[in-house]
Design a protein around this ligand. Structure first.
Ligand SMILES: Nc1ncnc2c1ncn2[C@@H]1O[C@H](COP(=O)(O)O)[C@@H](OP(=O)(O)O)[C@H]1O
Ligand SMILES: [Mg+2]
Length: 273
């Protein structure tokens, strides 16, 4: 029997501490730096990284911690890992910079290439989610832990969750195809892994991502979604897995609830166009 559930609340507490560090920066003026790939980074990303790395190392000293801001250990080292923490200290940095609240702390435990524990916490709004493989998925509110379950696909209206800052022209092709089949979909634009959590809590049906993301962007929310009955798959229908290759980029993917609203082959064609 694994011990993943016993790690859930300690990890929530580490995410909360990272959220406090982020919100201290959010409350003040902050500098925006740019990484080699030109993506923005702020003191909030870096201080959340430090809090999470120290917290996870104290919690499980034997497990490696891979965070977006911590540098990538050589593949010869990473490929030895069967269990490790995979962390995006501040997912949605562009939204943080725009001060629209749509950013999250993402912490996942990977076991044999699969996310088995995930915590996603949005410190600006207090939205907090966790999932444990084989156990369940929850949203935490003042009323306590509410179990999450994806919703049956509504007919005719479908709700899409889409990136606010990394849109793709393929999204419009998808909207057109859905409109033809089932009527015009509703669209919720939102930053960060919170989109996948919208599917997990039954407020959206599909989050299509036509374009690259990194493994730390998806792992925690994938666990929340899968434990709520949903799936996160590539355009071949294969579940996303982790630490299989030196490169940490994900393929395009579909995060969905009960089922896909269009055939996979049609979605793959839209993605390839
Ligand atoms: N070209 C690209 N390559 C890799 N990751 C990308 C990317 N464009 C966007 N992303 C990822 O998408 C995340 C933001 O997604 P969204 O637009 O849904 O909020 C970013 O997270 P960070 O903000 O942590 O850098 C970044 O990791
Ligand atoms: Mg990210």
């Amino acid at each position: 029997m694994n011990d993943w559930l016993s790690l859930r609340d300690p990890v929530r507490s580490i995410a909360a501490q990272a959220g406090e560090a982020i919100m201290r920066v959010y409350a003040e003026d902050f500098d925006i730096m740019h990484k080699s790939d030109d993506s923005p980074v702020t003191e909030a990303d870096l201080s959340a990284h430090r809090v999470i790395k120290a917290g996870l190392q104290a919690l499980t000293p034997h497990l490696p911690v891979l965070t977006e801001e911590g540098g990538l250990p050589d593949w010869s080292v990473r490929q030895q890992w069967s269990d490790y923490w995979l962390v995006d200290p501040l997912d949605g940095t562009r939204e943080f910079v725009k001060r629209n609240g749509e950013f999250s702390v993402n912490i996942a435990l990977i076991h044999q290439h699969q996310p088995v524990l995930g915590v996603v916490y949005a410190p600006a709004t207090g939205a907090e989610f966790a999932g444990v493989q084989g156990v369940g998925s929850w949203r935490f509110t003042a009323q306590g832990a509410q179990p999450l379950k994806v919703r049956p696909l509504p007919n005719p209206t479908i709700t899409l969750a889409l990136s606010r800052s990394h849109g793709s022209r393929r999204e419009q092709a998808l909207i057109d195809a859905l409109t033809e089949r089932a009527g015009e979909p509703q669209v919720i634009r939102c930053g960060s892994a919170l989109k996948t959590c919208l599917v997990a809590e039954g407020l959206a049906d599909l989050y299509p991502r036509f374009g690259p993301t990194s493994e730390w962007d998806t792992a925690a929310s994938q666990c929340v979604l899968e434990a709520a009955g949903g799936q996160l798959v590539d355009l071949n229908g294969q579940r996303l897995t982790y630490n299989r290759r030196a490169v940490v980029l994900n393929p395009s993917f579909l995060a969905y609830g009960e089922r896909l609203p269009l055939p996979l082959a049609q979605l793959a064609r839209i993605s390839a166009d």
